[in-house]
Design a protein around this ligand. Structure first.
Ligand SMILES: [Zn+2]
Length: 76
């Protein structure tokens, strides 16, 4: 499965449920979920491409809508 960011709970659950062997992440600097470590502990290969494009997209989103981002990630 490919995810733009660190896999959220829904992506993590889907990867497990459908036994997807590999998760490829665009970047995880703007948000790192516990899903990465959880998937690795379950034998899923997690590859972080650390691409500049998704980070720039997220940086713009966080700057414009910090309220929505914080609500989504549970951060204050
Ligand atoms: Zn997700």
């Amino acid at each position: 499965m490919y995810t733009m960011l660190s896999p959220c709970d829904m992506c993590t659950g889907a990867i497990q449920m459908y036994r997807i062997p590999r998760a490829v992440i665009g970047e995880n600097r703007t948000f790192r979920s516990p899903g990465e470590a959880h998937l690795r502990s379950r034998g899923v290969e997690v590859i972080n491409l650390d691409l500049p494009e998704p980070k720039a997209l997220m940086d713009g989103f966080i700057a414009n809508r910090p309220d929505v981002r914080n609500e989504d990630t549970g951060e204050e």
